[in-house]
Design a protein around this ligand. Structure first.
Ligand code: ARG
Length: 565
């Protein structure tokens, strides 16, 4: 149900009848219950142009608002705000409809977009780090969200599998005759040893350099070694994906190397459009207003990260026919994306109408406020981090005796992985975020466990009740009214979160819903004997809808629910 849009239309009609023209009417949720359910604050800015007292204008508009259907009451407040109350009978009908539909009241988009979500993007030379964890979690959620709303989504894992360091790595791989993930357990260590060898032995360094040239010129032996290395490294990532249950697969991999043959074409395209200049032997693009140019080809013929991204932008626009391309990458790459987006648009690599968005996120910090590292300053192995989450979650289960060992393990995984994901998704993605085990596994506050408990509580109600669940909603108490409106806002929230590519809007909303439900449940007993049948049925229906919204919301976040904890 597009609730806000519906109310906006009613207000717009009244404004029209009052012969007041506005570009766009936008009501907001009321900040306090005494201000009603929604507020319209758009009168004040009109007063100046109309040269009238805003309160008087508001009085005129209020007299014209239709209060026979969705809206039951309107009032002018303060200097010219309009407070809006929704009609409980109308709200009840909409909740009933939401309950009956298959998609928790959320329509499939009538204007679906072709969306590319570029996320995860680990570098094959090294261990995947926490920045990639954030990208993976946020990106997967956005891809889920867009596809739930009806967009056609293409996931792209832009892995870093090309560059000079691979010469050194495959030379070392060959020397050590490593051929499986088993004997390449620790990429970070492997990299360090290879580097050490490179620095110490002139002969090895020569070979490593020679191998770089050989991979680039397509030498079969070196390419085989390289492919073997990438396979092993990618398996490490896939282990993380598997544990996180994110939906990335091998098919989604479009590695940097995939764009190799397109790189010379990027350069010629830029040459044709007159964007290229040679500076100190390198081919560069100077962007207006910027001092340092973007280098697309070095003097020695080598290409750069930016060139590959230009090629991938081109590919995504031309071959994948994208309308929207979303890059879920660390905020520290903001400048890079600004530049490649500009170059690709200004030189026709990407259609003017394609939306290019850098979905930036902040750094993951430890409790002391420092970037998240191991004690000796190294990269935290993500696999260990995820395993620890599951172990901690298992310890946090309050009544383990109620579960079999197998159940406990599944539960621990659902809670632990859910906690890691939710903690990341629930803060504004652009902020740095503090990784705090105790907070993320807490039952108090805005956590996944809180949501999972709320859901399990509702399921326990239904375990105690084996009758029919009615479909008629009766809104008799203020909390039923508030909870119902919150549930109706689900589609508004998802649409907004999709537009802003901002998962934390969903978690904030889910927290509100779960909290309202808890309050509703305290104040409105459901299964007590003295409750009359229609009231019981209605409350059960509200509980059921709440569980559906929580489940669907968490599903978009890639978090599972459980029937009992
Ligand atoms: N491999 C990059 C890194 O680790 C991230 C890739 C992001 N995607 C892109 N199209 N540049 O920083």
């Amino acid at each position: 149900m597009k609730l806000k849009e519906h109310i906006n239309t009613l207000i717009a009609q009244a404004l029209k009848q009052a012969s007041i023209t506005v570009d766009k009417v936008s009501v907001t949720e009321a900040t306090k219950p005494e201000f009603g359910d929604y507020q319209f604050n758009g009168i004040m800015p009109l007063a100046k142009t109309l040269r009238r007292n805003p309160r008087e204008i508001a009085e005129d508009v209020v007299a014209l608002i239709d209060t026979t259907d969705a809206i039951s009451k309107v009032e002018v407040a303060g200097p010219g705000f309009i407070n809006i109350w929704l009609n409980p009978l109308w709200v009840a009908k909409r909740v009933e409809e939401m309950l009956q539909g298959e998609r928790v009241g959320v329509e499939i988009s009538t204007n679906p977009q072709e969306v590319i979500v570029d996320y995860s993007g680990p570098n094959m030379a090294k261990e995947m780090h926490v920045g990639h964890l954030r990208s993976t979690i946020i990106g997967d959620t956005l891809a889920n969200l867009f596809s739930f709303l009806g967009d056609s989504v293409v996931r792209q894992n832009h892995i870093g599998d090309w560059g000079t360091q691979f010469g050194m790595l495959i030379a070392y791989l060959e020397e050590q005759s490593v051929n499986s993930m088993e004997n390449l357990k620790d990429l970070e260590e492997f990299y360090k040893s290879a580097k050490k060898r490179f620095d110490e032995s002139e002969e090895f360094a020569l070979k490593a350099r020679d191998y770089v040239v050989k991979i680039q010129s397509g030498d079969a032996h070196c390419l085989r070694l390289w492919q073997n290395f990438i396979d092993i490294s990618l398996q490490h990532c896939e282990e993380v994906y598997e544990k996180l249950s994110v939906k990335l697969t091998r098919d989604d991999v479009r590695a940097e190397s995939f764009y190799n043959k397109r790189l010379p074409q990027v350069v010629s395209k830029l040459q044709e459009s007159g964007a290229l200049q040679v500076s100190k032997g390198a081919k560069c693009v100077f962007l207006e207003g910027q001092e340092t140019p973007v280098i697309v080809q070095k003097g020695d013929g080598g290409y750069l990260y930016a060139t590959t991204d230009l090629a991938s932008l081109w590919y995504r626009s031309e071959v994948l026919d994208a309308n929207r391309v979303v890059y879920v990458v660390d905020a520290r790459q903001a400048e890079h994306f600004k530049q490649v987006f500009r170059i690709s648009k200004e030189n026709g690599l990407v259609k003017e109408s394609t939306n290019l968005e850098h979905i930036a996120f902040g750094t993951m910090m430890d409790k002391g406020g420092k970037p998240f590292k191991t004690r000796d300053g190294g990269t935290v192995k993500l696999i260990n981090l995820l395993d620890e989450a599951v172990i901690r979650a298992k310890k946090s289960i309050r009544e383990p005796q109620n579960h079999s060992e197998e159940e406990l393990n599944t539960l621990a995984k659902t809670i632990g992985i859910g906690a890691i994901k939710y903690a990341d998704l629930s803060i504004n993605r652009e902020s740095n975020y503090i990784f705090d085990w105790d907070k993320m596994l807490s039952l108090e506050g805005n956590t996944s466990l809180y949501q999972q408990y709320a859901y399990a509580r509702i399921m326990s109600i239904f375990r105690k009740y084996d009758g029919e669940i009615g479909s008629e909603i009766i809104i008799a108490t203020p909390i039923e009214h508030t909870l119902s409106i919150a549930l109706l806002r689900f589609e508004d929230i998802l649409l907004r979160a999709s537009k802003d590519a901002s998962p934390h809007q969903i978690t904030t909303y889910l927290y509100e819903v779960a909290t309202l439900f808890m309050r509703f449940y305290e104040q409105n007993p459901i299964l007590k004997e003295e409750i009359d049948e229609p009231t019981k049925q209605s409350r059960l229906a509200l509980a059921l809808l709440t569980s559906k919204v929580i489940k669907q919301g968490l599903d978009i976040l890639g978090i599972e629910v459980v029937d009992r904890i």
